[in-house]
Write a protein that binds this ligand. Structure first.
Ligand code: PMM
Length: 295
């Protein structure tokens, strides 16, 4: 056990949301067989890791209870792990993470970066697994004061944080999250950082964070980018005042994957691995980066 999060080649995390209401695939994979079939398609299309979530974090989403969340993700994770597919569990709850790890999850992806559940760091430290710490600054009145609780990690559409220097502030807050994780016993070599595009951030914040990838990478940790089909791509591609709907954002998503790969990220989290796999292959050929290839 143990060891750094390494490996050449940009990792592709393929998304399976076992939820009723995720913005791009909500309701499609609530059934275990449908989720498994989709996960297998993601792997066939080039996903290196399948990211399974049982709770939507879209603006306005209501939190589901822990039992419901675990009941959605654990059977899917168990089956995929049995088949040898590397799985990450997308959860803010230590109880769900522990059940997912028991079922064979190899990564924990926590959109609260360890702040929604103080037990999460202990669960991850005990399992000694890679942990994706995402940035999401809560906008509740406790913002900036902390400590936060689970009820702080929800947001409303259009609600964005006030940043003067979004790259600097997100970098500083991610490093504080790293310090908390390490203080709780997590091996720093197991941490992956994610700027949390779209989580209470405006389109301009997201673009600044993408422009600022060299700064984020300069923090010394692997970086994951999750831009897939997000609203800032829909507004970039708006026509006649209407955002492009999620299904029409795939080419833009692949473009972000290519540029992120060229910048040197560890991984991208996407709904359609095939498009990003090809885009990343182009980026790696262009930059001469060593890749394992995804074909
Ligand atoms: N985005 C969503 C959910 N989980 N996890 C990480 N690490 N990074 C992200 O950007 C991220 C995430 C929201 O998108 P979805 O509803 O399509 O899953």
């Amino acid at each position: 056990m143990g060891g750094a999060v390494t490996g050449s080649g940009v990792k592709i995390l393929g998304v399976v949301n076992v939820t009723a209401d995720s913005f791009s695939d909500g309701g499609k994979f609530l059934d275990v067989d449908a989720a498994l079939a989709h996960a297998r398609k993601l792997v066939a299309d080039g996903a290196d890791i399948v990211d399974i979530g049982g709770e939507s974090t879209r603006p306005g989403a209501h939190r589901v209870d822990e039992e419901t969340e675990a009941g959605r993700v654990v059977p899917v994770i168990a089956e995929l792990a049995r088949a040898g597919v590397p799985v990450s569990v997308d959860t803010m709850r230590s109880g769900v993470a522990a059940a997912a790890i028991e079922a064979g999850a190899a990564y924990v992806n926590d959109v609260s970066g360890g702040r929604a559940d103080p037990q999460m760091a202990k669960v991850v430290a005990a399992a000694d697994l890679p942990w994706i710490l995402m940035h999401w600054r809560p906008l509740t009145e406790r913002a900036g004061a902390g400590p936060y609780g689970p009820e702080d990690f929800t947001h409303r559409a259009g609600q964005t944080g006030a940043y003067r220097d979004v790259v600097g502030e997100v970098s500083g807050e991610l490093l504080a999250q790293v310090d908390s994780a390490v203080a709780a016993g997590v091996d720093p070599d197991r941490l992956i950082l994610d700027p949390g595009l779209g989580f209470a951030k405006s389109a301009e914040h997201n673009w600044e964070l993408l422009r600022g990838l060299p700064t984020l990478l300069g923090l010394g940790f692997p970086v994951l980018v999750g831009a897939s089909r997000k609203r800032f791509l829909g507004s970039l591609l708006a026509e006649h005042g209407e955002d492009r709907p999620p299904a029409g954002r795939e080419i833009a998503t692949a473009a972000v994957s290519a540029l992120a790969a060229a910048a040197g990220v560890w991984g991208v989290r996407v709904h359609d691995p095939a498009a990003s796999r090809d885009a990343i292959a182009v980026a790696q050929a262009w930059t001469g980066a060593e890749g394992e290839g995804h074909g």
